[in-house]
Design a protein around this ligand. Structure first.
Ligand code: PLP
Length: 404
C-alpha cells in the first residue's frame, strides 16, 4: 500500500491569488460597466525584444537541418550561454564566477524549490519575512519546517527575519543560528534592496557560523543605485558560503519561454563535500533543462543589441514604478520600494489590514493589488503594487486613486 508525503497535508491552502480572483470576479459581476485595472501583476507584459526573437528564429531553423540539429542539451547548459553569463553578469562586475560554475535551468522557481534537496532535513532555515513564498513552501514539503500555526501563519521550525519599515526592510542577523539562509534582493514583495556593506555582513556571518546563503537575485536588472550589489559574489568570501539564483523572466521577459540559472562556486564545500558536485546530480538534468532554442535566446540577452533593447524594457517598467510612487505620495500614502525593483510596497492607511485595503481599493477605484499579508506575517498592514502593467493603465489607476 503506498503512502503519501504527509508534509503536503500540513501545507496551508494557497488562498492569496484564488481569493483575489474570487473578489475581483464578484466585483465585476456587480459592476459590469467598470473597467478594472490590475496593478497586482507579477508577470511581465512587454513582448520579447527583437534581438531575442531573431536568435530564436535562427535556432529554430538550425533544428530543422540535419547538420545543425541538437538533441539533449549538455547537463550544465550550452557553453555559449554559460560563457555569456559568466562574462556579462560576473566577470564584467569583478565577480569571479566561471562558466563551469553556472547551471542553466528552466527558471529560478524550480531551482529555488529544488535546491533544498541537497541539504539535510535537520537544517534550520531562515527567511526574510515577507518574501516570495516558494522557499518556505518547498522546505515545508520536504519536512524541514515543523508544524504550521494558522493563527500566527508561521511554521514552528522556521526562523522568520522580519523586514519592516523600522529596519529599512532589510533583515537583521537572526538571534537563533540558522543553517540555510534565504535572502532575496531586490526583494519581492517589498521592493527593498541592500547595500554591498549590508550584504557583506551576511556573507561574513554565514562564513562564521557555517551557514549557506541561498541568494535570489531575480530582480537584479532593476537595480539603479550605485551601492547596491548586482550579485552576492561582489562580496568577499561569498564563494565559500553562497549559492545564487537568477532568472531571465523579469529582465528579459522569459516568463513564458523559461530560462534561469544557479551558480554554485567550486569553493562551496560542506566539510569535504562539494555542493557543486551534488547539484550536478540534481534531477532535471538533460531532460528538464532549457531547450537549445531558448538557450540561444538567452545568449542574445547579452548581445549589444539585446542589452540596449532590454535596458529600454526595464526603463519602461521603472517609469511605471516612478509614476506609482509619485502618484501615491501625492495622494498621501507612505510608499517604499520602486527604486531598485518593479515592486511598490505601501503602508495601508488608517490601520487597515492588507485585505481591508484590498477591498477598499477595488471598491473605490476599481484597482487590484496584492495584500502584503499574503507574503508572510510581517506583510500585514502593507500592500504590493507592481510596475508590470502598461503605462496608460498605470497612469489611469493613479488618477483614480488620487480621486478617492
Ligand atoms: N524569484 C523571485 C523572487 C520571484 O519573484 C520569482 C517570480 O516571480 C521567481 C524567482 C521565479 O522566476 P522564474 O520565472 O525564473 O521561475
Amino acid at each position: 500500500m503506498y503512502k503519501i508525503n504527509d508534509n503536503y497535508l500540513k501545507l496551508p491552502g494557497s488562498y492569496l491569488f484564488s481569493t483575489i480572483g474570487r473578489k475581483v470576479a464578484a466585483y465585476s459581476a456587480e459592476h459590469p460597466e467598470k473597467n478594472i485595472i490590475r496593478l497586482g501583476i507579477g508577470d511581465v507584459t512587454q513582448p520579447l525584444a527583437p534581438a531575442i526573437i531573431d536568435a530564436m528564429h535562427k535556432a529554430v531553423d538550425e533544428m530543422g537541418r540535419a547538420e545543425t540539429f541538437r538533441g539533449y542539451a549538455p547537463d550544465l547548459g550550452y557553453e555559449f550561454l554559460r560563457n555569456a553569463i559568466s562574462e556579462g553578469d560576473y566577470q564584467s562586475r569583478g565577480a569571479d564566477i566561471k562558466a563551469d560554475e553556472i547551471f542553466v535551468s528552466d527558471g529560478a522557481k524550480c531551482d529555488s524549490g529544488n535546491i533544498q534537496e541537497i541539504f539535510s532535513l535537520d537544517n534550520r532555515i531562515a527567511v526574510c519575512d515577507p518574501v516570495y513564498p516558494v522557499y518556505v513552501d518547498t522546505n515545508a514539503m520536504a519536512g524541514r519546517t515543523g508544524t504550521y500555526d494558522p493563527k500566527t501563519e508561521m511554521w514552528s521550525d522556521v526562523i522568520y527575519m522580519p523586514c519592516l519599515k523600522e529596519n529599512g526592510f532589510a533583515p537583521e542577523l537572526p538571534k537563533e543560528t540558522p543553517d540555510m539562509i534565504y535572502l532575496c534582493f531586490p526583494n519581492n514583495p517589498t521592493g527593498s534592496a541592500v547595500t554591498k556593506d549590508q550584504l557583506q555582513t551576511w556573507v561574513d556571518y554565514a562564513n562564521r557560523v557555517g551557514a549557506v546563503i541561498i541568494y535570489d537575485a531575480a530582480y537584479e536588472a532593476y537595480i539603479s543605485e550605485e551601492n547596491v550589489p548586482h550579485t552576492i559574489y561582489e562580496c568577499e568570501g561569498a564563494r565559500t558560503c553562497a549559492i545564487e539564483l537568477k532568472s531571465f523572466s523579469k529582465n528579459a521577459g522569459f516568463t513564458g519561454v523559461r530560462l534561469g540559472y544557479t551558480v554554485i562556486p567550486r569553493d562551496l564545500k560542506c566539510g569535504d563535500v562539494s555542493l557543486h558536485a551534488l547539484w550536478a546530480r540534481r534531477h532535471g538534468t538533460k531532460y528538464n533543462g532549457a531547450p537549445y532554442i531558448i538557450q540561444r535566446a538567452g545568449e542574445a540577452v547579452y548581445s549589444e543589441e539585446g542589452k540596449i533593447q532590454l535596458k529600454e524594457q526595464v526603463a519602461y517598467y521603472m517609469k511605471n514604478a516612478r509614476t506609482i510612487c509619485e502618484g501615491l505620495k501625492e495622494a498621501g500614502y507612505t510608499v517604499f520600494g520602486g527604486v531598485n525593483a518593479p515592486y511598490i510596497w505601501l503602508k495601508t492607511p488608517d490601520k487597515m489590514t492588507s485585505w481591508e485595503f484590498f477591498d477598499y481599493l477595488l471598491g473605490a477605484a476599481g484597482v487590484v493589488g496584492t495584500p502584503g499579508s499574503g507574503f508572510g506575517p510581517s506583510g500585514e498592514g502593507y500592500f504590493r503594487l507592481t510596475a508590470f502593467g502598461s503605462y496608460e493603465n498605470t497612469l489611469a489607476a493613479l488618477e483614480r486613486i488620487k480621486q478617492i
